[in-house]
Design a protein around this ligand. Structure first.
Ligand code: SF4
Length: 210
């Protein structure tokens, strides 16, 4: 299989339970809930995306002809040392491309694999840390994992209904939008009223990391 990668780079994970951890970010091109073109945003199922996932021209991006080639690229970005190797597989929607061959190739190079998905496709077996971020108006089929990350507020989502899903951690993250303070207030309100939810902030944006 050929993999289309928008970008790949070494950074610190900025969100969620593993925030602050050194990680290679592997961002696949393409998503099934938005084309990535601004002209399509208003009509898309997901229309608050803050990520450019179109094409393969980003830093460390490109087309990779097989899993071994891509896994070696990721390992090269990590550099020396085998301790606590972590790759965050994201997108776009990573489950469109992440397959068992790539999971195996990354594991064979000593990586733990974290993945961040919208949950509309079943997660690929073998992922070590699965984060699902549901989007209002989509049908989430993957209702089990390590981390449920709710970008809030969002029309079409009832947080109380999500509490029945089988996740270890429930995180509420203010939407990065024009009215940021209202989103922060809404996220704080949810975490205060429903203790199952913890506030998650996008630390990479605060400290200026990609
Ligand atoms: S599902 Fe994720 S990657 Fe796709 S458009 Fe929405 S926020 Fe962006």
């Amino acid at each position: 299989m050929t993999y289309a990668v928008k970008e790949a780079f070494l950074t610190l994970q900025g969100e969620g339970v593993q925030a602050g951890s050194r990680a290679v970010f592997l961002r696949f091109a393409g998503c099934n809930l938005w084309s990535g073109r601004e002209a399509d945003r208003a009509a898309a199922v997901c229309n608050f995306c803050d990520t450019d996932f179109v094409g393969t021209g980003g830093v460390g991006g490109g087309k990779f002809t097989d899993a071994e080639e891509l896994a070696s690229h990721v390992a090269g970005l990590w550099g020396g040392g085998s301790e606590r190797r972590l790759v965050v597989v994201t997108g776009g929607e990573p489950m469109l491309q992440l397959d068992v061959a790539l999971v195996d190739a990354l594991h064979s190079r000593g990586f733990r694999i974290a993945a961040e998905s919208n949950g509309t496709l079943p997660a690929t077996p073998g992922i070590d840390w699965l984060c699902i971020s549901p989007k209002g108006g989509s049908e989430v089929v993957q209702r089990q994992g390590d981390e449920l990350k709710l970008v809030w507020p969002q029309p079409g989502i009832d947080p109380l209904a999500l509490e029945a899903w089988d996740f270890v951690n429930f995180l509420v993250q203010p939407m990065d939008c024009a009215d940021r303070q209202s989103a922060i207030d809404a996220a704080i309100k949810l975490a205060m009223e429903r203790p199952k939810w913890r506030l998650s902030l996008q630390a990479h944006k605060i400290v200026g990391l990609p």
